[in-house]
Design a protein around this ligand. Structure first.
Ligand code: SF4
Ligand code: SF4
Length: 411
């Protein structure tokens, strides 16, 4: 199981157009103190370590913007984790917009070996298109200052780049920018949200809730920043084309790594492309646990870490059908798809499209996913063959220039 902790709830110092989490303030009353109390933090750390059967326990601190809590909050995190370090290897990941990082933060992150995820969408014009300050101002320079500080302090970090409607038209600008900035670990996340219907708007929410999967959605109107399905596929293909010729083994685009992983036959490391989901829950600042980061709605509340057992909450969620439903509700269009093992229908939240057979529950991005997965097949085959023969996958770059001959030793 995997918990995404939100120690400051939906509070953030900036105001990105496409953020799906800012609106979660509507779940809490006026005057809410969005700060994880010590008793919740302590109960969470203890329960999370004990509930994990694995030798490594990874804590993920997400937001809102977790650095708003200050370094002392995270010093306390490390202190509370300390007694468990003799039982398990404990690691921390913090996802941040990077605008508040300074030397003190970076020294702390380095010394405590935090892995940092930075939200950065690309060069200035691309990034500022959607990632804006509270007054609508640019945030790019502040984020880049944070990136430079992480590099100066040799803090391990990766970039989480969102692909909105406009971003999708500039794939190589985005990719070249990251390469020029010596950013080697990149993950692309497509932006998909629907506009709310009247009922949802009355609840104080600005975005539509997850798709129902079982019936055709009346509301399929997406937000202006939602990426167009085929364009998302084109975006990934354009970057893949360059990466597979020049950068394999040097630049790590997680979307490409996951695809290769599925091709080899391993289960996907990400829920979106897994057969089922349900074991990646989200925990709010007050200890409330929800079925998933994308399902933080009252009807998906599983319990609270102060009074409920974390593992049992997750088991209950899976037993209720939340996770298995991802596969069980796949339309025939997906079941017959050649790319099923790489895609598994995508995240159910965004399966609000209707398939060509007229079935509900098809992913909005299907056309893009399919185009991308089909396009990269030929390269995936080569990389798999290389790996099976004890050669690095990066030799695919040689194969593209000219065929290579693999000679096996005779026994
Ligand atoms: S609902 Fe979507 S984001 Fe949540 S666990 Fe399932 S696939 Fe992942
Ligand atoms: S590519 Fe489309 S049809 Fe194929 S599994 Fe994914 S969502 Fe379904």
């Amino acid at each position: 199981m995997h918990v995404l902790a939100k120690p400051i709830g939906p509070v953030c110092n900036i105001n990105c157009d496409y953020c799906f989490y800012l609106e979660k303030r509507a779940l809490f009353g006026q005057g809410e103190n969005y700060r994880m109390p010590d008793e919740v933090l302590s109960a969470y750390i203890s329960q999370y370590v004990k509930s994990q059967p694995t030798p490594v326990v990874e804590f993920v601190w997400h937001g809102g913007e977790p650095t708003l809590l200050g370094i002392d909050f995270f010093r306390k995190v490390v202190e509370l984790q300390e007694p468990y370090r003799c039982q398990k290897k404990i690691s921390n990941v913090i996802q941040t917009n990077g605008t508040r990082l300074n030397d003190e933060w970076c020294s702390f992150l380095k010394s405590e070996r935090f892995m940092v995820g930075i939200s950065l969408d690309g060069p200035k014009d691309v990034h500022d298109q959607y990632r804006k300050g509270r007054a609508g101002q640019s945030t790019f320079d502040e984020v880049m200052r944070g990136v430079k500080l992480l590099q100066k302090h040799s803090v391990e970090f990766n970039v989480l780049a969102c692909v909105g409607r406009e971003t999708a038209y500039q794939p190589l600008d985005v990719y070249h920018f990251f390469k020029n900035e010596k950013i080697k670990f990149i993950q692309f996340t497509p932006i998909v949200e629907r506009l709310p219907d009247a009922k949802t708007r009355n609840q104080g929410l600005c975005l539509a809730p997850p798709a129902t999967l079982d019936r055709e959605e009346a509301n399929t109107q997406v937000t202006p920043w939602t990426v167009e399905p085929e364009k998302y596929g084109d975006f990934l293909i354009a970057i893949y084309d360059e990466w597979v010729r020049k950068d394999v083994g040097e630049v790590f685009v997680m979307n490409f790594e996951w695809a290769l992983n599925s091709w080899i036959g391993n289960p996907s490391p990400v829920c979106v492309f897994s057969r089922t989901c349900g074991r990646a829950v989200a925990m709010e600042h007050n200890g409330n646990v929800y079925a998933c980061d994308h399902y933080v709605y009252p009807e998906y509340l599983l319990g609270n870490v102060l009074k409920d057992d974390l593992r049992q909450m997750v088991e209950r969620s899976v037993a209720s059908g939340f996770g298995p439903h991802k596969e069980e509700s796949l339309p025939r269009w997906c079941r017959e798809c050649e790319m099923l093992n790489a895609c598994w229908g995508g995240c159910p939240k965004h399966r609000f499209a209707t398939s060509p057979y007229g079935e509900p529950g098809l992913h909005y991005l299907c056309a893009g996913y399919k185009k991308f997965f089909m396009y990269i097949r030929k390269y995936q085959r080569v990389m798999t063959t290389l790996v099976e023969n004890g050669l690095p996958a990066s030799r695919v770059m040689d194969v593209i220039k000219a065929p290579i001959m693999i000679v096996r030793d005779r026994i």
